[in-house]
Every structure is written in structure tokens, then in C-alpha cells.
Design a protein around this ligand. Structure first.
Ligand code: ACM
Ligand code: ZN
Length: 556
């Protein structure tokens, strides 16, 4: 087996090294063994080639695509080829396909994310159900380009091997969450991550924007959230002792913070839109709220002035559910959030909310009595239901971590299952939509090796690529219940991820495995995946990504 892999990698690089010098410049020859991740439905390779040149036109055939969306597809083609051709493609509109062109054709028989990619001696044909499908065809093209191209600054042509691909995703929600609260990542870094998501045909970016350790999104009506709540005075060094902080606890004494202006948020949402990625913002409620409570002490049960949290772990200090002013605040915040994010779903957090403060608070006790309940957990479902009503009146749906099921959930809320798959299974059985993101298969803040001494500090756990790949989001569900599983999501929590290069390291190559869970669930095959991965590693190298090498070493 090992020998096969090595031969495969060798042939990738041989192909990659093969450049043809012609009278008018370099032509990059096609690779012998192109491979795709995630796995398409079918893919066959032929013997002929087609040379894409700077003069090759892009022909939009017919008028089936949304005009604004299809522009994103031609821009994606330019993003690949302009750096080596020195010019953008000429885009033409026509009723029929043209020879020696890149034709993009709408086929309404296909799903909106489905596509066919055909390369033959006479040109490239992309047929897609919607512009999203055409975009994914371009992403496939991007992966299939000769690897040697990535070393070139200017070429006269790029040879593509004859091929025929049919492709469509199995799951409609293919997400990645980034926690920017524990550590902050710049707009440029977030955009880089969106490019990585697009390469893997992921279509949802869940942006964890608020938490105990920092509030990161500008809210015009509450400026202290970012002026004060985005900055912590110092940060824990090393592993969190689980609440037991004493004289041995060490801190980096430098203030740490960061936030996004609304203009920057809009910029990221637009960047994502052009990559057919929906951005779902998360505004944590009613727990993980110290960033907000430190900014406006009246949001808490006691009104005390808190510091933005400097350690990890769970905090008892949560929003007061008894006071109306809390709801006025959170609704105004969500009012600004829905203006910034066009996503169908808005994430309200809901995880890990201790009830200690509520149990001692006169206003919370009065609220519990008012709603005719005795269990304080019902305060959380009461709060969630109010937030959901607010979101619904603004044309949006609510999603929350699986704790939102505990105090009772409305039939319309969606559940993100993280404490195993049980929450998602329960939701699906009740007829609520769910995203499967169980920590044992989807938490990319877990270690990638059991040899922890030689790994960067991580949250804990052990999540190798093989375990991500083995994830079955449908386990325990019958056909009817499966309908309610929207998809899967990988989560990058950042307590121990202080810089963006490490985000890449935690993402890659595990994201390639998650992309096959989401896109290729019905055709997943680990042996085939391992055969295709060496080329993906070579692509990561060519693109300058920082990735974990455990799997690559196993394959050598
Ligand atoms: C979570 O990991 N607390 C959702
Ligand atoms: Zn209270």
C-alpha cells in the first residue's frame, strides 16, 4: 500500500515539473493523476488535453443563472488564472456553446449545488443547476490544475487533462465554526479561512463572535461592548486548571483584544457570499456573557462591575432573565445583527449556562413565578422563546447548541448537537432541524496525535483524521428522521489557538475528511480518500497552508 502512495505522489510531482516552452511562453502540462477532494459522484480521466489560454473566452450559455451570482463564478475563474495570465477572461453571453471556450450552462434538472465538468479537446463545459454548482465546478478545476502552475508567475497556457465529472453534495449544510472571542483573528485571516472552506466545498461559516473572554462585533447602540468588552486585561498561560486559580496560575500580563466594525463585518459577509458561503453569526445567550456584562453591569443579576474573563472554563455570571432591560438589550443587538447578516439562521448560543446567579436573584425568581414554573432551567427556554419570536418577526430562524432542548424547545428552533449526537437525534425525532457537530468527531481544537508532548497545546481529546472521516451524522436515525439533519460542522474553538497559522494547522487536513462527510457521505471510502490525499497535501504546500503532517507521514 505504501509503495502505491509513493508512486502516486511521485507521479504528481513528475507531472508538476513538466513545463513546455513554446515560442510565445510557458505552457504548463497537465498532471497524469489528478484527484479530487471531496470525492465526486463519478470522475473519469481521458487521454486528450485542452489548453486554456489568456484568449480563451468564458461563455455564459442561455439565461438560466442569477446574474449577480454567476458573476461570482467568473470572478472565481479570474482569481485562479489572472495571476498567471496577467488578464481577466473575456466573458461572452450566447445561446449555444462555443468551441475552444469555457462554457457555463444552466441545467435546471440539476440541484443548485450540483454540476458536471467536462474537459475535452474542444474545450471546457461546466453544466450546473445554479451558480453555486458552477462555483463548485471551478473549485474542482482549481484542484485539478497542474500543480506546477502554483510555482509560475506568468504562463501562456495551462493544459487540462480530458475528464468527465458528475458531482453533487449529499448534505446541504457543510459548516465550520471559528471562535474569535477567546482569540481574535483579523478580517484578512478570516478571509483566508473562507478561501480554505471554498476549496473544500464547505458552504457555511459559523462566526462565534461573543463570549466571556471578549465581545467582537460592533453594536452601534451599545458602543461599550467593543470599547470595553472586547479587551481583557490579561490572559491565562497554559492549560486551564478548571476553575482552580491560585498563586501558581500564570498570566500573560499584556491586555488582549480586538473587534470588527460593522463595515468589516459587511466586507466579510460579502467575501463569503462570493464564495457561496453563508455566514451565521453567534451571539451567546444567556450564558458565556461576561464580555457583555463587563460592558453593561445592569445586564447581570447583581449589577456588579466585572472584568472581561481572563481564563477559560465556564463562568457562572450570565444574563439576568428577570429584568426586561436584558431583553431590550438583546433584541436591539439582534436587530443590528440581522441587518448585517442575511443568513436564514441566527445562532443564539445557549450552551453551558449555569443557573447559580438566577437562583439567588429576586428578579429571576419573580420571572420564574410569573411563568408558572419551578425549575430554573425553564428561564432559559423562556428567554430562547422570546429571542426566537424576535428573530421570526425579522424573517429569521433560530439555531442554538443542544442545551436549548433542556428546558423545552419550540418546534421551529434548530439544534446544533455538540455533546455527542444525542441532541441532534432527539431534535430530529421531534421534527426539529439539526446540525451534527458532536465533539468526539467534529471538535478541531482536540489533539491530532496521542504524542501530546510534540503537539501545540490543545483543549484535550484525540481527533485524528480517520475519526473525522468515520463520522456518520445519520447514526441512530431512520429515513424520516434523517430528513431533519441539515448537515455537519467542524468547530475551531480558540482557547489554545493564539495565531492564525495554528488555525490552519488545526483545520488541515481534518477539514478534507469533514468535507467528504458532508459532500460525499453516500460514497465515502477511506482507502480511496488516502489515495487522493497526497495530491491534496501537495496542493496545501503549493498554496502555502500550514497543515498537520501526521497522516502524510503515515502514508510515506
Ligand atoms: C460548546 O462546545 N460549548 C458548544
Ligand atoms: Zn436575575
Amino acid at each position: 500500500m505504501k509503495k502505491n502512495y509513493l508512486r502516486f505522489v511521485g507521479s504528481c510531482f513528475c507531472g508538476a515539473a513538466f513545463l513546455l516552452l513554446t515560442g510565445c511562453g510557458t505552457v504548463v502540462r497537465s498532471d497524469k493523476h489528478p484527484a479530487l477532494i471531496p470525492q465526486p459522484v463519478t470522475m473519469s480521466i481521458g487521454e486528450q488535453n485542452f489548453k486554456i489560454q489568456p484568449s480563451t473566452p468564458v461563455v455564459l450559455v442561455g439565461s438560466g443563472f442569477d446574474a449577480g451570482e454567476i458573476t461570482c463564478v467568473t470572478e472565481a475563474l479570474d482569481a485562479i488564472f489572472e495571476p498567471v495570465f496577467g488578464r481577466k477572461f473575456e466573458v461572452r453571453h450566447a445561446e449555444t456553446r462555443a468551441d475552444r471556450s469555457i462554457n457555463i450552462v444552466c441545467d435546471s434538472q440539476l440541484g443548485r449545488e450540483a454540476y458536471r465538468l467536462k474537459v475535452g479537446a474542444s474545450g471546457v463545459d461546466i453544466e450546473a443547476g445554479g451558480a453555486a454548482g458552477a462555483f463548485y465546478a471551478v473549485q474542482s478545476l482549481r484542484q485539478l490544475l497542474p500543480l506546477a502552475l502554483w510555482n509560475e508567475k506568468q504562463v501562456a497556457g495551462v493544459e487540462l487533462r480530458e475528464m468527465n465529472i458528475e458531482d453533487a453534495p449529499v448534505l446541504s449544510y457543510r459548516g465550520v465554526m471559528l471562535d474569535v472571542a477567546r482569540h481574535f483573528f483579523t478580517v484578512e485571516e478570516v478571509k483566508d479561512m473562507l478561501d480554505i472552506l471554498a476549496l473544500h466545498k464547505m458552504n457555511t461559516f459559523h462566526w462565534h463572535l461573543t463570549d466571556d473572554q471578549g465581545w467582537r462585533i460592533e453594536i452601534k447602540q451599545y458602543p461599550r461592548l467593543t470599547e470595553f468588552g472586547s479587551m481583557r486585561k490579561r490572559t491565562l498561560i497554559g492549560p486551564d486548571p478548571g476553575g482552580h486559580y491560585d498563586e501558581n496560575t500564570r498570566y500573560d500580563e499584556n491586555p488582549y483584544g480586538g473587534s470588527y466594525t460593522q463595515e468589516q463585518i459587511r466586507d466579510v459577509v460579502e467575501y463569503a457570499r462570493k464564495r457561496f458561503i453563508t455566514v451565521i453569526p453567534e451571539i451567546e445567550f444567556p450564558g458565556h456573557a461576561v464580555g457583555a456584562l463587563a460592558s453593561y453591569p445592569w445586564l447581570g443579576c447583581t449589577g456588579e462591575q466585572y472584568d472581561v474573563r481572563q481564563t477559560w472554563d465556564i463562568d457562572d455570571r450570565v444574563y439576568c432573565i428577570g429584568k426586561e432591560s436584558t431583553f431590550e438589550f438583546i433584541e436591539k443587538v439582534l436587530g443590528e445583527v440581522v441587518e448585517l447578516f442575511p443568513s436564514e439562521y441566527i445562532h443564539i448560543g445557549g450552551d453551558e449556562c449555569p443557573m447559580k446567579m438566577w437562583e439567588k436573584c429576586p428578579a429571576c425568581k419573580a420571572r420564574l413565578k410569573q411563568i408558572g414554573e419551578t425549575n430554573f432551567r425553564r428561564l432559559q427556554s423562556y428567554g430562547n422563546a422570546r429571542l426566537e419570536r424576535f428573530l421570526n418577526t425579522h424573517g429569521r430562524k433560530m439555531i442554538g447548541w443542544d442545551e436549548i432542548l433542556e428546558g423545552g424547545v419550540t418546534p421551529t428552533a434548530a439544534v446544533m448537537s455538540w455533546r455527542g449526537s444525542a441532541g441532534g437525534v432527539k431534535a430530529a425525532q421531534m421534527g426539529n432541524y439539526a446540525v451534527m457537530s458532536p465533539s468526539d468527531h467534529c471538535y478541531f481544537d482536540h489533539y491530532q496525535s496521542e504524542d501530546r508532548e510534540h503537539e501545540p497545546l490543545a483543549w484535550g481529546g484525540f481527533l485524528p483524521v480517520s475519526k473525522v472521516y468515520a463520522f456518520n451524522p445519520y447514526e441512530g436515525l431512520n429515513e424520516r428522521e434523517r430528513h431533519f439533519i441539515m448537515g455537519v460542522q467542524a468547530n475551531v474553538w480558540s482557547e489554545y489557538i493564539a495565531d492564525y497559522r495554528q488555525v490552519q494547522y488545526m483545520l488541515l487536513p481534518r477539514l478534507s475528511a469533514m468535507s467528504e462527510v458532508g459532500w460525499s457521505l453516500d460514497r465515502k471510502n477511506y482507502e480511496s480518500y488516502l489515495e487522493r490525499m497526497p495530491r491534496m497535501f501537495a496542493l496545501y504546500d503549493a498554496m502555502g497552508y500550514n497543515y498537520a503532517r501526521h497522516l502524510l507521514k503515515d502514508l510515506q
